[in-house]
Design a protein. Structure first.
Length: 224
């Protein structure tokens, strides 16, 4: 499955390179809503909320009512997760709050699952240089992606892995890393980071892995 990505920053759709440098920016949402409405699932991330500053809640609220979204960014409490689901999100993506004091916060994952249901939870285990990164990818931990997956598999329906080293660069997803992660969990595995061709999406599908595509899909659709 190909999952289009909508990343929000300062009230606009953006595409960043490695979570830092802004490469694309759009303030007209309608063309993208129309184009993405044909997909069974869209990934919607509030980057401002993920970093811990302002948020784009009103935009998120509007978009989840028009598109089938899994929503992430700044979801750090069961109350916030429930709020997003009540607004219309299909699932919520949780990342930074799953790490506490440099360790995997299994107790919080269990609490979330108990309050909103594991079937509504996607856990983000994004990696930079082989280590999990949190707080909008600004903070590196000593935890490996596989370690995080093993610790949390009981309490979610899917894992989202972003390879930050290739994110936004259109260099392709390292399939050897994906294979290791596929072996690490029986849950749905969704990956992102540099995916640039339909062939790659097909390769991932053959591995039983779904693909979030951002930069490539925006650049391609801009040609239409």
């Amino acid at each position: 499955m190909l999952i289009p990505s909508i990343d929000l920053m300062e009230g606009k759709i953006v595409q960043l390179v490695q979570g830092e440098k802004k490469a694309l920016e759009f303030d007209d949402f309608e063309p993208w809503v129309e184009r993405f409405s044909k997909y069974p699932l869209v990934q919607l991330i509030d980057l401002d909320a993920a970093i811990g500053g302002r948020n784009n809640f009103q935009l998120v609220r509007s978009l989840v009512r028009r598109l089938p979204c899994q929503v992430g960014g700044g979801i750090r409490t069961p109350e916030k997760a429930r709020e997003m689901l009540e607004e219309g999100a299909r699932r919520v993506v949780v990342g930074s709050s799953l790490i506490k004091d440099g360790e995997v916060n299994s107790a919080f994952a269990e609490q979330l699952a108990g309050e909103v249901g594991a079937d509504k939870l996607v856990f983000a285990a994004d990696s930079k240089g082989g280590r999990v990164a949190i707080r909008g990818w600004r903070q590196l931990t000593e935890i490996s992606t596989v370690q995080m997956i093993h610790a949390l598999e009981t309490w979610c329906t899917a894992f989202l892995y972003t390879n930050i080293d290739t994110e936004g660069l259109l260099l392709g997803m390292p399939l050897d890393v994906v294979a290791q992660l596929r072996d690490a969990t029986k849950k749905q595995l969704i990956v992102a980071g540099g995916i640039k061709t339909e062939e790659e999406v097909d390769q991932l599908h053959a591995m039983g892995v779904d693909a979030v595509v951002g930069m490539a899909i925006y650049l391609e659709l801009m040609k239409v």
